[in-house]
Write a protein that binds this ligand. Structure first.
Ligand code: 5GP
Ligand code: ZN
Length: 272
């Protein structure tokens, strides 16, 4: 079967063929080179404690994107459960370090299955998708420097794979009137930078994004650095499906005919 996403009756929810998964697998290994080999790896489930998502305020900033889970209680009534669908990988990391005094710069690699209730389902915009994230807990200066350095490294890696990306200062689509200010602040301080590529004809999307969260999560989860100061955090996130779609769009659906260099970096089998 050709590498492809196979639609299902639910918009933005796809099956993936073995060929597509081979590309995703190759991407997972290639992206691992962006972190030191000893960086711990976590795999998330598709759900997260609702309490965590409420603590970080996601339900208020992105109420339109959050997928809620309902289940029957002991009494048999249908009620909202203590879980929600995970909207991004890094939310799993902060509670792991809650109340901790870090020994020094801390980094984690996360493989996540995410859900967002996207209103549109153009190619590359999925409701259920996978994300690879690198999360850094450190000082303000080092988090920002790490994010910019790793974004530059990511851009080089993607260029090696034949994907020319543009780097764009972005903002999360914060919701509501009050949050317009936050959005402006996010853009002015360049807290979010995206690497964009074409994933389908005329369809440019963010295939990666680097975020600097200031001390927001450090404060919320009482995480401090070795000197006792509140930890700052940053993350670098990649969308596996978007990246695979961008590669298929760039090099064609016959992975056996992709440039040698690309096949080698993704560890794809040589054509038979
Ligand atoms: P962010 O948290 O910055 O919105 O998303 C992190 C990364 O996840 C993005 O750079 C993108 O590659 C991926 N991503 C975000 N939203 C979607 C989506 O709707 N569909 C897919 N396939 N990937 C997404
Ligand atoms: Zn993140």
């Amino acid at each position: 079967m050709k590498p492809a996403l196979v639609p299902t009756p639910a918009a933005g929810v796809h099956l993936s063929t073995g060929g597509f998964e081979a590309v995703v697998h190759g991407l997972a290994s290639a992206l691992s080179t962006l972190a030191a080999p000893d960086v711990p790896r976590l795999r998330t489930p598709p759900v997260i404690a609702r309490q965590t998502i409420e603590e970080v305020g996601y339900h208020e900033s992105f109420p339109h994107l959050l997928g809620r889970v309902f289940a029957r209680t002991d009494g048999g009534a249908l009620a909202e459960s203590d879980l929600v669908l995970l909207p991004a990988g890094c939310y799993c990391v902060y509670p792991v370090h809650a109340g901790e005094r870090l020994h020094g710069p801390t980094e984690v690699s996360v493989e996540a299955t995410c859900f967002r209730q996207e209103a549109h389902a153009e190619p590359g915009r999925l409701r259920s998708f996978r994300m690879r994230e690198f999360v850094r807990l450190d000082t303000a200066e080092r988090c920002l420097a790490w994010r910019d350095d790793r974004l530059a490294a990511a851009r080089d890696l993607l260029a090696e794979l034949g994907l020319e990306t543009t780097s764009e200062v972005a903002s999360d689509p914060f919701f509501g009137r009050g949050n317009r200010l936050l959005r402006k602040l996010q853009v002015e301080r360049e807290l979010k930078v995206e690497l964009c590529a074409e994933v389908a004809p005329g369809q440019r999307q963010a295939v990666a994004s680097g975020n600097y969260h200031t001390d927001q999560f450090g404060r919320l989860f009482a995480i401090t650095g070795p000197d006792g100061a509140v930890a700052h955090t940053a993350c670098l996130a990649f969308g596996y499906e978007r990246l695979a779609l961008a590669l298929l769009h760039r090099h064609g659906e016959e992975t056996g005919r992709w440039p040698d260099r690309v096949r080698k970096t993704l560890d794809l089998e040589a054509p038979r």
